[in-house]
Write a protein that binds this ligand. Structure first.
Ligand code: ADP
Ligand code: ZN
Length: 714
């Protein structure tokens, strides 16, 4: 069955329910979503999955990282009687999720071997007395608990990171295989298995191993539209990175490098430029590593320069960018790594540097290993992706088996499509050089010959006498290299890696050389300015508030001993920055604000927002400031008190604004009789200058401002 079929099936089943019942339970689900999590709408597939779980069915949910898997079992856990058991592979991950649940006022705990016996006992106590809606358990610890679990009401069993059960997956954990016993021990309890692993073999294996054959599958699109996909030529990487990081100094991001050594050099260079960055790799002592990770999670160190070991099992939702210093070895890894950014759904930026040298290095790593062929094939796909001249996302999603034909509009190619030039002459020169070198030389030498380099090797071999020597000396080396790569991609040339990487002509090359076949080449792509950097400037006053909200968040997080994003995600802060809530009920509308967070945090965040707005407003001209307060519902007396100015002055401000064309109805402050009275005095006093004579005329009984209004409106 295709994934469309699976989805269809589930929808049909739900459609059979009577209409009223459906809308009532739908309403209930939305209510839980808002009250406990503060969200207004479900993400794709969440609701269908939740319905299936609530119907007591087994479920397999495949969703990309950041797709919102946790909610798929957390919400049913709240809706159902009893405790949900969540199997989770990593202790850090467990703690994180429990922190996040607790912050939302949900009773959740975890149980694993890292806890002291008395803590474990307390957790079990809570479990047995029915105080927990969710209990996270490490697979190793699960079977110690069976006796207890048998005596408790279990609402559902969730197996998070379910691919760990499969030897097919990339993250196999022996303890997970024990989970096959679940079905025997708890035959009545619905199981939901969740993973971000896309490939079919692993999915099938999960179902098989868990013994949940009838499980309905929900496969979400792997598209992460908020990720900007950006591939750049790997030249002057450090310079490009520094430019990229402008305006991102406090944003969290990860730079992935291939070697431990380069993590250290890149981190050192960033530090030298004033950035807060740390290197992270498997060679660093465990304790230090966990500190580095902690500092990252808690926003103390924004930039981590790491080998791929970093980021697994980190739930941090506000990673804003990921840079691949080198090309990753396969597309799965690439997507997983950039997928660690933008989990909160806000824009995130993935930059990948690519050079031919990376390819060669990665080939060396793969060669001689048991799975060499497999790895090389994947590497080749990666390389094709990097060199693609059409929409990146299209290429990526097609790779994962989603047939997409539309360009995405959010990748480097879509943003700045390459210009194509007639590359026939360049192609002829390159092919001719390869031919004259008897197809015996690797790319470096071919380039040197075309460029007319006078190096020792060339002279030794007598290549300076070839007809094509120096034929492309007007083209810079790097550019020429790019053209050769394009020819490789177009199937004009081939690299024979197993024979020292020599370049070889294909039949197409012969058509170009001898039959006048035309060649189109992409004009070389210049590294582009990031679009975000430009936007950054415009938003500067808004950004100001974001920073204030951020530091309040940090303070609260430190006090509570949880990561900052557990207090509020970046998405929530951004929503505050946009909606500028003034009241508690306005604050309740912010995404991510549920009941618990409203109670805990509304006041402090509202204060910061109010102070910020006041500061901006105090910079306004005084008459504008008065009218703004009036329009917010303050009375004249209140405005005068609040601003420490006379009421008379406040009325004066209104009149001035009226004269400046601002819409304000002055007749609300003065009656037509009063106007008539003032007008009559005007006649009696024969148009005297100034207000003082009027004031005296009325024996100080009519205030100055009203005299002014009376004269003005008459
Ligand atoms: P996954 O486990 O699939 O990687 P998470 O469950 O960690 O994803 O969710 C990623 C982020 O998306 C979290 O910050 C979460 O609060 C947020 N999120 C989940 N569901 C929704 C929703 N319906 N609306 C808004 N944000 C959501
Ligand atoms: Zn695109």
């Amino acid at each position: 069955m295709s994934k469309q079929d699976t989805l269809q099936t589930s929808q049909n089943i739900n459609q059979k329910k009577p209409h009223t019942e459906r809308s009532r339970s739908e309403q209930r689900r939305r209510e839980l979503l808002k009250t406990h999590f503060g969200f207004d709408t479900f993400r794709p597939n969440q609701e269908e999955i939740i319905k299936n779980v609530l119907a007591g069915n087994n479920t397999l949910a495949i969703m990309p990282t950041g797709g919102g898997k946790s909610l798929c079992f957390q919400l049913p856990a709240l809706a159902l009687e009893g405790t949900a058991i969540v199997i989770s592979p990593l202790i850090a991950l467990m703690k994180d999720q429990v922190d996040a649940l607790n912050a939302n006022g949900i009773a959740a705990s975890y149980y694993n071997s890292s806890q002291l016996p008395e803590v474990q006992e307390e957790v079990l106590n809570h479990l047995m007395t029915g105080q927990l809606k969710l209990l996270y358990v490490a697979p190793e610890s699960l079977w110690n608990l069976t006796n207890y679990l048998q005596k408790t009401e279990i609402s559902l069993i969730a197996v998070d990171e379910a691919h760990c059960i499969s030897a097919w997956g990339h993250d196999f954990r022996p303890a997970y295989t024990q989970l096959s016993r679940l079905q025997e021990e708890f035959p009545q309890t619905p199981v939901i298995a969740l993973t971000a692993t896309a490939d079919r073999a692993t999915q099938d294996d999960i179902v098989q191993q868990l013994g949940v054959k009838g499980a309905r599958r929900f496969v979400s699109s792997f598209d992460r539209p908020n990720l900007y996909l950006d591939v750049r030529p790997g030249q002057q990487r450090m310079q490009q990175i520094l430019k990229f990081l402008k305006g991102k100094e406090t944003q969290s991001g990860i730079i992935y490098c291939l070697s431990r050594k380069s993590t250290q050099t890149v981190a050192a260079k960033l530090v030298a430029k004033g950035f807060k960055a740390q290197a992270y790799h498997a060679g660093i002592e465990a304790e230090e590593r966990s500190k580095i990770q902690d500092d990252f999670i808690n926003d103390r160190t924004p930039i981590i320069v790491a080998t791929i070991a970093f980021g697994m099992g980190i739930d941090k939702s506000n990673v804003r960018w990921v840079v691949h210093y080198n090309m990753p070895k396969n597309i799965e890894g690439y997507y997983q790594e950039i997928g660690r950014s933008g989990r909160d759904g806000l824009p995130a930026h993935g930059v990948m540097f690519y050079s031919f040298a990376d390819v060669i290095m990665l080939r060396k790593f793969a060669e001689g290993t048991q799975t060499e062929d497999f790895q090389l094939a994947k590497l080749e796909r990666m390389q094709q992706f990097a060199e693609a001249l059409s929409c990146r996302r299209k290429a990526l999603l097609n790779y994962f088996g989603e047939h997409v034909t539309q360009d995405c509009g959010n990748c480097d190619i879509c943003k700045t499509p390459p210009n194509f030039i007639d590359g026939t002459v360049i192609a002829q020169k390159i092919c001719s050089a390869v031919a004259r070198l008897q197809e015996q030389e690797a790319m470096g030498m071919v380039l040197d010959v075309l460029r007319g380099s006078q190096n020792a090797q060339i002279v030794d071999k007598g290549y300076q006498n070839l007809k094509t020597f120096g034929a492309a000396k007007d083209i810079p080396w790097k550019d020429l290299q790019q053209y050769v790569i394009q020819l490789l991609n177009q199937g004009v040339l081939e690299i024979w890696f197993h024979e020292n990487g020599r370049l070889v002509l294909t039949p197409t090359a012969k058509q170009i050389l001898f039959e006048g076949k035309k060649v189109r080449l992409a004009d070389l792509i210049q590294p582009v300015e990031t679009t975000t950097a430009r936007k950054e400037k415009k938003k500067s006053t808004r950004k100001d508030l974001f920073e204030k909200l951020r530091s309040l968040r940090t303070k609260l997080a430190t006090e509570a001993g949880v990561p900052a994003y557990v207090i509020f995600s970046d998405a929530s802060l951004e929503d505050m920055e946009q909606k500028l809530p003034r009241t508690v009920s306005e604050f309740a509308e912010i995404s991510g604000v549920g009941r618990a967070k409203l109670e805990k945090y509304a006041d402090v965040f509202l204060q910061v927002i109010a102070k910020h707005l006041d500061a901006i407003e105090s910079k306004l001209p005084t008459h504008q400031r008065s009218i703004q307060l009036f329009e917010k519902g303050f009375s004249v007396t209140e405005i005068s008190e609040k601003r420490g100015i006379a009421e008379n002055t406040v009325y004066g401000h209104f009149l001035k604004m009226h004269e400046l064309g601002h819409k304000i109805d002055l007749l609300q402050f003065i009656t037509s009789e009063e106007i008539a009275t003032v007008q009559k005095a005007k006649q009696d006093l024969k148009d005297v200058e100034g207000l003082k004579p009027y004031f005296d005329y009325f024996e100080e009984q009519i205030p100055y401002w009203k005299l002014k209004y009376g004269l003005f409106l008459g």
